[in-house]
Design a protein. Structure first.
Length: 423
């Protein structure tokens, strides 16, 4: 590990996820010479609450890490070694609209998948490009680690349209590895997953334990344990792969849509209430650890993924599953698009490992969703309404052009304040 001190800047420091990240920097980051964590947010009230809790957590752990809060983005970014982005443009209320708008048109409503993820991307990509420009200006050597959803599209936009070299990170792969390790009663370090696809559209198509391929055994254990109960055993055995959670929206569209229509509240509305309770607990001056309720918010192993990646970039070489430009790793996709695959990290360089050819069972779905993502990025960056409608049309969950047009009109009207590129 380096002798130099490190500054970590967190854009979106007022997020309710921040205590999870701080906990990881305190615990898993003990081998990292972290001198300062700068928390930046546009919401001064939330930032004050989260900053105070972060300082109490650091003090309780007897760590010498300065926690600084600011609403000035350039001030927060200046001379940072790592920039972690975890923003949500429009907040949870915008997320709720992302879930509600598609449902009105008979389409699944989800914050990162389908039209909901599309709306989220259009609001988010311009802001993230501004953050990247500021990073290049005042912290040109910083590595940008992106958790902001939709992570794959945001990471691809940054790679194509900014001067930073982004790494997109999701807690899904590390969570899956730990779940498989539990099925096998084995240490996760003994397991390698052949993980392939895009962010929130991925499959485990191979599992090796101590170098021995055991995907068939893992699938049977996952079925018998109920770990993947949302998927038909016949589907899993036919695919000979384990789909990620988000494939539920594609493989079980009718059931998921029926459940969403019948639900009294969207997931975003549940999260809004949860965040209010979390912020109340964070404000308690006696609290100096992340509360147990944070586990219900989602994002399990978020801090583990982030700190493990930073440690790898600082010299602990290894294999990590991240979102990076394809660069030929997946022959079925262009070289400049973002993919989520195992990557070798050596001496701070991230290199996607070559993938074996995609089987016909998943190839078409991966390519169609990637087309949607490419058009979404074009629409967001150029303010191109034709590309916006065509992006929605390209998505497998949108049933036709007329529906795509209607959804776009609703998104454009309801999120107008966050979509200045279309004015």
């Amino acid at each position: 590990m380096p002798a130099r001190s490190l500054k970590v800047c967190v854009i979106g420091g007022g997020s309710t996820y921040t205590p999870e990240l701080i906990d990881g920097l305190i615990d898993l980051g003990r081998s990292l010479p972290i001198e300062e964590v700068a928390l930046m947010d546009v919401d001064a009230g939330r930032l004050e609450t989260l900053g105070a809790l972060a300082r109490r957590m650091v003090a309780a752990a007897h760590r010498e890490i300065a926690v600084r809060t600011t609403c000035d983005r350039l001030d927060a970014l200046r001379d940072a070694d790592y920039v972690v982005t975890q923003i949500r443009v429009g907040g949870t209320k915008a997320r709720i609209q992302d879930e509600r708008i598609p449902l009105r048109h008979g389409v699944i409503g989800q914050e990162t998948t389908g039209p909901g993820g599309f709306a989220n991307a259009l609001r988010t990509i311009p802001v993230m490009l501004d953050i990247a420009a500021d990073t290049a200006r005042v912290a040109p050597r910083a590595r940008l680690i992106n958790f902001t959803n939709p992570s794959g599209s945001v990471t691809e936009a940054l790679a194509k349209h900014s001067e930073v070299e982004p790494i997109g990170l999701c807690n899904g792969p590390i969570g899956a590895r730990r779940a498989i390790a539990e099925l096998l009663d084995a240490d996760p370090e003994r397991i390698f997953m052949d993980w392939v696809g895009l962010n929130h559209l991925s499959w485990v198509r191979g599992v090796t334990l101590d170098g021995r391929e055991i995907i068939g055994d893992v699938i049977e254990r996952a079925i018998s344990s109920g770990l993947v109960s949302q998927f038909s055993p016949a589907l899993l055995r036919g695919l000979e792969m384990l789909p990620s959670y988000y494939l539920d929206y594609y493989y079980n569209t009718n059931r998921v849509l029926s459940e969403q229509r019948a639900a009294e509240r969207t997931r975003g509305e549940e999260v809004l209430e949860m965040e209010r309770r979390l912020l109340d607990s964070y404000a308690d001056p006696a609290l100096a650890t992340k509360p147990a309720e944070l586990g219900k918010r989602g994002g399990a192993y978020y801090s583990t993924a982030a700190v493990s990646l930073i440690r790898a970039l600082e010299g602990e070489d290894g294999i990590h599953i991240v979102n990076v430009p394809n660069r030929g790793a997946m022959a079925e996709l262009p070289g400049n698009v973002a993919v989520e695959v195992p990557c070798s990290i050596e001496s701070g360089t991230v290199r996607p490992l070559p993938c074996s050819p995609l089987p016909a069972t998943i190839r078409g779905l991966v390519q169609s969703v990637k087309s949607y993502e490419e058009l979404t990025i074009q629409a967001s960056v150029e303010g191109d309404e034709d590309a916006a409608v065509l992006a929605l049309l390209a998505h497998p969950l949108v049933p036709g052009f007329d529906v795509a047009e209607k959804i776009w009109e609703d998104i454009k009207r309801i999120h107008a304040r966050y979509l200045p590129q279309f004015v």
